[in-house]
Design a binder for this molecule. Structure first.
Ligand code: IMP
Ligand code: MG
Length: 182
């Protein structure tokens, strides 16, 4: 259900996933991670900035002790991938021996995750998995898979719940399709 007191943003073509559906699915992912990592202390690696809203909700639905760290990479400007991934901010803590769970907003071409998985694998973590809120499987340019996927969606540019278009719309409480020409 969308909040009736808050009108849909005029740049949104349609709401794809409403706040209630997001909350429900994120709680399920949190429960799954809590079960899978029982007895361990996973480190959630939020990929800035798109994952912060998702990470905030996911974190609160995990019932284990866990840690959080952040990474920032850049591969996008506007709607298209530049195809080049750069590390803008690296982890504060060492990854060695840790149970790492990369928390991503969306998997599109897969280039960002492919790069991150490669980089993190080489640092000797005990385990390394991916949790993505959204997956656009039809857009993949390199083969990567996530163990935890919130929603599989079609090839449309989406915004809200952390996802942006040129740094706008991250604060929308739903995932929506951006109107063309915006
Ligand atoms: P990939 O490297 O092509 O898989 O792209 C991953 C990154 O691109 C995500 O972390 C997002 O920041 C951005 N991205 C991909 N698709 C979308 C979208 O539909 N809306 C907003 N950002 C997107
Ligand atoms: Mg982005």
């Amino acid at each position: 259900m969308t909040d009736r007191s808050r009108p849909i943003h005029p740049d949104v073509e349609k709401v794809l996933i409403d706040p209630a559906a997001l909350q429900k699915r994120v709680r399920e992912l949190g429960a799954e991670i809590s079960r899978d990592y029982a007895g361990r202390r996973p480190t959630l690696l939020g990929i800035l900035k798109g994952s912060v809203v998702f990470l905030g909700d996911l974190l609160r639905s995990i019932t284990l002790d866990c840690s959080v760290d952040f990474l920032s990479v850049s591969s996008y400007s506007g709607r298209g991938s530049t195809g080049e991934v750069r590390m803008l901010l690296d982890l504060r803590e060492s990854a060695a021996g840790k149970d790492l769970v990369i928390v991503e907003d969306i998997m599109d071409s897969g280039l960002t995750l492919h790069y991150l998985l490669d980089s993190l694998k080489n640092r000797g973590p005990r385990s390394l998995e991916v949790c993505t809120l959204l997956d656009k499987p039809d857009c993949r340019k390199v083969a990567v898979t996530a163990k935890y996927v919130g929603f599989r969606i079609a090839d449309e540019f989406v915004i809200g719940y952390g996802l942006d278009y040129n740094e706008k719309y991250r604060n929308l409480p739903y995932v929506g399709v951006l109107k063309s020409g915006k």
